[in-house]
Ligand binder design. Structure first.
Ligand code: MRU
Ligand code: ZN
Length: 208
């Protein structure tokens, strides 16, 4: 049976407490969502403190990014969530975070893709069964026009259906999963790997 709106709301609130506590959603940044049904999602209201979310701090949207609760202001980045639900029907949760490591690494990485290779923890990503493959994490330039940014993300998703997430330069991470627990596991995996990459860069004396 599908989770109820109450259960999904609780999952979003709990995710916020965890992600804020880890320092990955500071200063009201970040947004989180869960799929409610085939055509609807539950998403954080804009501008809320993500460690202190309450049951009224989420709202329903359709998959075109339209709020279905006019009294509440939807996340500025609603479209980046709903495009994922529209893209793949099995996606059940989407998390966007703003960690220091994601922000710094996305600025230091030359080119438009971070390549993760030879890390055992790559197996925390859905569908990855060995450290021997390569996980490509695209980096899109930041844009305050979210519809334009979503339009740049979509072709990459379509060409890389196995993609576990992407970075926005100087901004943060988007990742997703079948359930909230899967999306949270991927945030943790990305954060571990970002920290490893930054340590390697530091010890080697600069960006690769
Ligand atoms: C507080 S700066 C971060 C925002 O500009 C944005 O990137 C963000 O992640 C949160 O936006 P929101 O509208 O609250 O969902
Ligand atoms: Zn953001």
């Amino acid at each position: 049976m599908n989770d109820t709106r109450e259960q999904l709301t609780r999952q979003i609130i709990d995710a916020g407490r965890f992600l804020y506590g880890r320092g990955w959603s500071p200063a009201t940044s970040s947004n989180y969502s869960a799929r409610l049904s085939t055509g609807r999602a539950l998403l954080t209201v804009s501008g809320k403190h993500k460690g202190q979310l309450g049951v009224d701090d989420v709202l329903e949207t359709d998959l075109a990014g339209n709020s279905l609760e006019p009294g509440k202001k939807p996340s500025a980045e609603t479209l980046l969530h709903t495009q994922l639900y529209a893209w793949r029907p099995e996606i059940g949760a989407v998390l966007h975070t703003h960690s220091v490591n994601a922000t710094v690494l996305s600025r230091l990485t030359p080119g438009d893709c971070l390549e993760l290779e030879d890390y055992e923890l790559q197996k925390a990503f859905a569908g990855v069964t060995t450290h021997e493959g390569r996980v490509s994490v695209p980096i899109f330039d930041n844009d305050q026009d979210i519809a334009r940014l979503a339009a740049r993300v979509q072709p990459w998703l379509d060409a890389h259906p196995e993609c576990p997430g992407y970075l926005i330069r100087g901004h943060g991470l988007y990742t997703w999963g079948l359930r909230m627990s899967d999306a949270l596991r991927q945030v943790e995996a990305f954060e571990f790997l970002f920290e490893c990459e930054l340590k390697v860069m530091t010890l080697r004396g600069g960006a690769r």
